[in-house]
Design a protein around this ligand. Sequence first.
Ligand SMILES: CC(C)(COP(=O)(O)OP(=O)(O)OC[C@H]1O[C@@H](n2cnc3c(N)ncnc32)[C@H](O)[C@@H]1OP(=O)(O)O)[C@@H](O)C(=O)NCCC(=O)NCCS
Length: 165
Amino acid sequence: MRRIAPADASSILESYAADAAVTRHLTWRPHTNLDDTIEFVNAAIEEWETGPGFPLVVFARSDPGDLIGMFHPRAASSSVSYGYVLARRAWGLGCATEVMAWLVEHAFAHPRIFRAEAFCDVDNLASARVMEKVGMRQEGVMQRYCLHPNVSDVPRDCLMYARVK
Ligand SMILES: CC(C)(COP(=O)(O)OP(=O)(O)OC[C@H]1O[C@@H](n2cnc3c(N)ncnc32)[C@H](O)[C@@H]1OP(=O)(O)O)[C@@H](O)C(=O)NCCC(=O)NCCS
């Protein structure tokens, strides 16, 4: 896992960003060409440099050149929130749980971080399970909380999870 870089755009496009099954419950539509992905990567790099977020790309342990996804911690006050996405070929292997468990421990090692949180669409059961497996507890259903444009034109209800120390 490492900080995202400009050269990652084509790998991200080929790996998962154009896959409608991957983006179904995300806030963005599948990318249709490399320009979409370059714009996305540039925004992620800028966020690392100026904003609250630390977008990370992850690679397969069996093939360190194989980009399989992205994890995106964002710090705000004493909390860190997380987004994550994996290429379909990496689903169901425990990757998201492994990386998220490490990221949450890493955040809690910081003396001023007390809360790790994430949310998902009410229908995104795989994501909800990842949050449970890293020790987050479901805090409730956030009504009309987030627009997932591949599912609906209006904001969707979401499950909020958090772990605290
Ligand atoms: C969500 C996502 C990151 C999970 O990654 P992953 O590496 O496959 O997750 P893990 O293998 O660590 O764990 C997945 C868990 O969900 C379970 N699961 C998978 N699909 C499920 C479903 N439809 N219903 C219920 N549980 C499901 C798995 O069985 C596993 O739980 P288990 O270990 O108790 O059996 C991956 O599916 C993904 O990238 N989805 C598209 C992007 C996305 O939705 N990101 C999250 C936005 S909030």
